[in-house]
Design a binder for this molecule. Structure first.
Ligand code: ZN
Length: 320
């Protein structure tokens, strides 16, 4: 059974089968780089801002009761309220209407599907892949969907975005205009943590996930396992420039794209993430991978680790 599931991923040992089981379409693990991070969320915010301008929320329907993490205010309290703005907090999207906030986090397998004309059918809790439907006053609206079984898509209806724990504990936004290299230096100071993990930590820095942390480290020519506290001044500056430059480039590439095109645009922009075995676009070396229980990272040994491949438990077991 396990072997049958492996498909083309012949290298995997049985312990790692979970990494290679094909999920439903559009729902593979983060290796494919389709999980929305800061640039895609920013593009979704701009998309929603444009589409919802001048409209009111006329209906919130839940297809999954567990997706809503708050119970007061009730979803119906949003009905009839004009939308005042759409913003982003890290990877959270925040739709404000008359002092109430509809906040959501798409997580690994969640997505937003926009319709200029939403179906008239009312969504009810059950087996629908639609977790939430939001109807707007001109007949348009969107569905929040979640593929697979992880169910990490989260929706909150709050009076203050800081009532959302994930927002309350967010680190600074790397794309904020006032986020300087000096701020970054003080953030890194004394952090005896691997820089890859640190970049993904939302309490350290808001909005970067598994894919863009790979891309940023590749652009900065740093090992994902380097300890943050051991980076010298020049390396920290390189990391800061790579962070801002990589995200700015991705925002530019995503900007103006409709919601349905953002995942493909993200994948297409990756230089190492999700590209194991392909050539590094900078030096031509092959892109290597380190796999973990539920994720993997990609890097270029020539560009990032002085030519030395990093230890990978899966690869080393196979080589025994
Ligand atoms: Zn390279």
């Amino acid at each position: 059974m396990r072997v049958a599931l492996l498909g083309s991923a012949q290298k995997a040992s049985s312990d790692d089968v979970a990494l290679h089981v094909p999920g439903p379409p559009g729902c593979r693990l983060s290796e494919n780089g389709a999980v929305p991070e800061l640039p895609e969320v920013q593009a979704l915010v701009e998309f929603l801002r444009e589409r919802t301008d001048g409209l009111a929320i006329v209906g919130i329907e839940l297809g999954s009761v567990s997706v809503l993490k708050t119970y007061d205010p009730a979803p119906a309290s949003l009905h009839g309220l004009p939308i005042g703005g759409v913003t982003r907090h890290g990877k959270f999207i925040d739709i404000e209407a008359e002092g109430l906030h509809l906040v959501f986090h798409l997580a690994r397998a969640g997505w937003l599907r926009w319709s200029d004309t939403l179906a008239a059918t009312t969504i009810r809790p059950g087996k629908s892949p639609i977790a939430l439907r939001c109807r707007l006053s001109d007949g348009s609206g969107f569905d929040l969907t979640e593929a697979g079984t992880q169910k990490r898509l989260a929706v909150y209806i709050v009076r203050d975005p800081l009532e959302v724990p994930g927002i309350l504990h967010l680190g600074p936004d790397p794309m904020a205009e006032d986020f300087t290299v000096a701020d970054f230096v003080s953030l890194l100071e004394g952090r005896r943590t691997q820089v890859k993990g640190l970049l993904k930590d939302q309490a350290f820095l808001a909005g970067v996930g598994n894919a863009y942390s790979d891309e940023v480290l590749h652009a900065a020519r740093l090992s994902p396992f380097a300890l943050a506290s051991s980076l010298d001044e020049e390396q920290v500056e390189r990391l800061y420039s790579a962070l801002r430059g990589t995200l700015a480039g991705a925002i530019k590439a995503a900007s103006g794209k409709p919601a349905k095109e953002l995942k493909d645009a993200k994948r297409a922009g990756m230089r190492v993430h999700g590209r194991t075995g392909q050539a590094c676009p900078v030096c031509g070396d092959i892109v290597r991978e380190v796999s973990f229980a539920d994720s993997s990272l990609q890097y270029c040994a020539t560009c990032q680790t002085g030519g030395k491949p990093l230890a990978d438990r899966r690869m080393s077991r196979l080589l025994k």
